[in-house]
Design a protein around this ligand. Structure first.
Ligand code: PEP
Ligand code: MG
Length: 563
């Protein structure tokens, strides 16, 4: 079994068609007539533009307009007068058209590849694609014909280029396997747009996956199974059928508002851990971001990111979600989240120790850098960024945060963002009505709330039997927190894992939860689960569930009434 990145969901079963990279070779000939050689280059560019426009038109029909734009971008790139003049200059210096094109395009490719952000790096693949196609035109090499591949073909390529995609008859492609490319590469974006299962970055795929052999590609788990046994084939046929049936059902919920069965409006937001996840949140139809964990910005490095780096990251997420609400959590360091250069000492009880807002308020200078970046990003994003404080245990903490934020807002002359708190400690639950006076919103962190209410470490398997969100103690807390927010008239969401638990949805609806923040892959499923419950039914389930005395009874009951 080979492992790679699960970049496009689904199961594909079929025979391999491997596109081995044709090595493009040519001899460097001396330039006999400069004028003629430049004309040859221009003719090749014209042919490139013609062919690419035809591909883009095809792609508009077979994929979508947005992705056809990628292809049209190739025309813009190669029509750049600066790039063309560089090639001409080389020809004037006795370099043949092929070598001039190769050398100039390599230079552009390397500049893009060295960029910091992944989207710009991605342009390097575009330039590589342009180069290969232009050289083929200059040398009269025909493209590998991908138009007439037979049904159930598993395409194995170094990297799926936009031009290849345009050629494909997507109905015949069971899956795609590539040797390179990550979640945001063209290969990933295009295979998702085509809805073809894809596993990317499979090391040595072109060497290992032999032409015409039978293979199973699991784009859900990111695996490729060569020469499967009969039992494996049957297992994956079943998995594929179940996946397709489910997908069909969930499709109906794409682009739709989240409504209960009796038409009450709810929202399904996404939890994201980095800007890449934000792309997923948007593509998976999240109605906003309910928790952006900022720790990724601070981890795997030697020093804190400065204000501008933080600003860029926050702004980027807001830009990606195009006007939707983005709830950004301030640094949640400590507990299970270690950041070595922050100088936190080893503690006997890290979960009860110096962490999150406790650390931030004791390191005001560092905290203010983050607050300033957030306030600036919010001002430049139309007020869509809400600031969320983790691990709050006392009203004094949130009052202090407000004070600091107001100071910065006054200094910068910018507006104050909405400031809210995570409710993830028993103290915050008990004081929820008072906290609500100083908060613009609440979001319940059930991952921590459960561990603190049950006094059971969330990572300790010996006490996992106690760490249970179905426990009546936790359920009563959830009811109390949501009720306090509803009474105070502030929005209340949930960003802990429990928000995506279908068994809890009727209870959360009955308590009055408005926003469910889940992983991008759970958006449609959560929307569907919400849609099956009316308020009346949900209330009846909640009343019954709260009458039980143990987590086991609650769980058994909730299982029995699942729709
Ligand atoms: C939580 O505690 O529920 C939560 C969402 O935060 P984290 O898992 O990052 O602690
Ligand atoms: Mg937490």
């Amino acid at each position: 079994m080979l492992k790679g990145i699960a970049a496009s969901e689904g199961i594909g079963i079929g025979k391999i068609f491997a596109v081995t990279q044709q090595k493009i070779t040519y001899e460097q000939k001396p330039v006999i007539g400069v004028h003629k050689e430049i004309e040859r280059l221009h003719d090749a560019i014209d042919t490139f533009v013609e062919k690419t426009e035809a591909l883009a038109e095809k792609m508009e029909q077979s994929v979508n307009e947005k992705d056809a734009k990628i292809i049209r971008g190739h025309i813009t790139m190669l029509s750049d007068p600066f790039m063309i003049s560089q090639m001409e200059d080389m020809i004037k210096n006795d370099t043949c058209a092929e070598a001039a094109a190769e050398s100039v395009l390599n230079m552009f490719r390397d500049v893009f590849a060295a960029a910091e952000d992944e989207l710009t790096q991605q342009r390097a693949t575009d330039v590589e694609d342009i180069k290969t196609r232009l050289l083929k035109i200059l040398l009269g090499i025909e493209d590998t014909d991908l138009k007439d591949l037979p049904p159930n073909t598993v395409l194995v390529v170094e990297d799926l280029t936009p031009s290849m995609t345009a050629e494909l008859n997507k109905d015949n492609i069971a899956a795609i396997v590539t040797e390179s490319g990550g979640m945001t590469s063209h290969s990933a974006i295009l295979s998702r747009a085509l809805e073809i299962p894809a596993v990317l970055s499979v090391t040595g795929a072109l060497g290992t996956l032999k032409q015409d052999t039978f293979v199973i590609v699991d784009g859900i788990d990111g695996t490729v199974i060569t020469d499967p046994t009969l039992a494996e084939k049957e297992e994956y046929e079943k998995k594929r059928a179940a996946y397709l049936a489910d997908k069909e059902l969930l499709k109906a919920f794409t682009g739709k508002p989240t409504l209960t069965a009796d038409g009450k409006k709810k929202e399904v937001f996404c939890n994201v851990g980095n800007p890449k996840d934000a792309i997923q949140a948007r593509d998976r139809d999240g109605e906003g971001v309910g928790l952006f964990r900022t720790e990724f910005l601070f981890m795997d490095r030697d020093m804190m990111p400065d204000e501008s780096e933080q600003y860029e990251a926050y702004k980027k997420v807001a830009d990606t979600l195009e006007g939707k609400t983005i709830i950004i959590r301030t640094l949640d360091v400590g507990g299970d989240k270690e950041i070595p250069y922050m100088g936190l000492a080893k503690e006997e009880n890290p979960f009860l120790g110096y962490r999150a807002i406790r650390y931030c308020l004791n390191n005001e200078d560092k905290f203010k850098v983050q607050l300033r970046a957030l306030i600036r990003a919010n001002a430049d994003s139309g007020g869509n960024i809400w600031v969320m404080i983790p691990m709050v245990t006392s009203v004094g903490e949130i009052k202090k945060v407000r004070e600091l934020a107001e100071e910065i807002a006054a200094e910068t002359g910018l507006g104050l963002p909405k400031i809210g708190t995570m409710i993830e400690t028993p103290a915050a639950f008990i004081m929820a009505d008072t906290l609500a006076k100083y908060c613009d919103f609440f979001s319940i962190g059930t991952n921590d709330l459960t561990q603190y209410i049950m006094a059971a470490d969330r990572g300790n398997s010996d006490v996992a039997y106690l760490y249970n969100t179905y426990d009546p103690a936790v359920l009563r807390a959830l009811k109390g927190i949501i009720g306090a927010a509803v009474d105070a008239g502030i929005p209340v969401g949930m960003c802990g894992e429990a928000a995506a638990d279908p068994m809890l949805i009727p209870l959360l609806l009955s308590f009055g939860l408005e926003e469910f923040s889940v992983s991008p892959t759970s958006v449609l499923r959560t929307r569907r689960e919400i849609s099956v419950w009316s308020t009346e039914e949900a209330d009846a389930v909640a009343e019954k569930a709260l009458s039980f005395e143990t987590a086991e009874e609650v769980e058994e009951y909730l299982k029995s009434i699942r729709k």
